[in-house]
Design a protein around this ligand. Structure first.
Ligand SMILES: *Cc1c(COP(=O)(O)O)cnc(C)c1O
Length: 367
């Protein structure tokens, strides 16, 4: 029985092999391996794609978040509202600048930050809200932006899973103060290694992030502040520029796969899409009370599934010092217990999807 992988990254490379190989060879032959024209070209193309004035490449999605919070002058003791249900990097960025992550539960239907719960979490120390567009579905930005404006808070978007997603017909990329991207290979727009970027309409933040990622220097060997080394290298930028041209077609293919899952799956909870959202389906996540059993039985039938994410950040050992326990954020905990991500990707063949659907439906009927 052929194995069905969760995501076939090699297939994505092979689909564009000659273009990607040519782009890499061009950078290698150029003699220019840090910053330079290949990076600038990709930054401009990605900013234009996102409808943002500025794009700054950095070394990873986590660094995009950390440098954004630093550029906003977040510091020790400040509080940042974060979703209780997210990849832990969202929280780690807050902790990395010495601030405190203040979790807010997701909406139980969209799995994204519930705007109705945000104001109760705001204190005099709150400085920012990080909205995550989880699974490629935009968070409900308008009410979040209104709350932020009322309380004078910055809005940072974690768009690591949302390349090309639209909120009310406008692409994610510049709704909030700064938008953070990851180009980790498995993301919808992925490099051949680590990479990240920020997009923003705020020239001040773009300039500051670029300086912070370059040792705190705008002019060589003149350091305005204590920065770090976090740059998107030109080899990755050249690969990303090739892939960016195919992103919309890949998103369409993901939408097609998601549509079929939603139509044909039985006996599981499928994702709810608000009418203002045009998601890009980084993940297709179902829910079932016997998730662990279903996952194991699918694995026995050669179908690889994953859980995003099995332990809510507040239940992680890494965040023990915040003093939360099981029960502190019950929606996030329930999602961690019953969610299961099915295989999805731009190169997933139809017959693979047919087998996933038939197998899930058969197994669920007997669980
Ligand atoms: C992947 C991811 C990150 C981190 O990106 P890296 O490039 O791996 O550092 C942050 N937030 C979310 C929601 C992610 O999915």
């Amino acid at each position: 029985m052929a194995q069905i992988p969760f995501l076939d990254l090699r297939a994505s490379y092979l689909a564009l092999q000659s273009d990607i190989d040519a782009a890499v060879a061009r950078v290698l032959a150029s003699g220019w391996y840090i910053q330079g024209p290949e990076l600038t070209e990709f930054e401009q193309a990605f900013a234009a794609y996102c409808g943002a004035d500025h794009c700054v490449g950095v070394a990873s999605g986590l660094d995009a978040l950390i440098l954004s919070l630093r550029a906003l002058d977040l510091k020790q003791g400040d509080e940042v509202i974060v979703p209780s249900h997210t990849f832990i990097a969202t929280w780690l960025a807050v902790s990395a600048v010495g601030a405190v992550p203040i979790p807010v539960e997701p909406d139980a239907n969209s799995y994204n930050l519930d705007p109705d719960l945000i104001e109760a979490a705001i204190t005099p120390n709150t400085r920012a809200i990080i909205a995550v567009h989880l699974y490629g579905q935009p968070a409900d930005l308008d009410p979040i932006l209104t709350i932020a404006q009322t309380h004078n808070l910055a809005v940072v978007e974690d768009a690591a899973q949302a390349h090309g997603a639209e909120y009310k017909s406008r692409r994610i990329g510049a709704h909030g103060d700064v938008v953070c991207w990851s180009f980790y290979p498995g993301k919808n727009l992925g490099a051949m290694g680590d990479g990240g970027a920020i997009t923003t309409n705020r020239a001040d933040l773009a300039k500051r992030v670029r300086s912070l990622g370059n040792y705190g220097s705008k002019k060589k060997y003149v350091n305005d502040e204590q920065g770090t080394n976090s740059r998107l290298d030109p080899v990755q930028a050249a690969v990303l520029a090739v892939k960016l041209k195919h992103l919309d077609a890949w998103s369409d293919r993901r939408r097609e796969i998601a549509g079929r899952y939603t139509q044909e799956l039985r006996g599981v909870v499928t994702p709810h899409i608000p009418n203002w959202a045009n998601p890009v389906w980084h993940l297709y996540v179902i829910r079932h009370p016997k998730r662990d059993e279903l996952m194991k039985q699918l694995a026995d039938e050669g179908i690889q599934t994953l859980v995003h994410y099995p332990i809510a950040p507040h239940c992680q050992e890494a965040y023990r010092d915040l003093g939360y326990a099981r029960g502190s954020f019950p929606i996030a905990e329930t999602l961690a217990d019953d969610m299961l991500s099915l295989p999805i990707g731009p190169q997933m063949p139809d017959d693979h999807q047919t087998r996933v659907i038939e197998t899930v439906n058969r197994l669920v009927a007997a669980l």
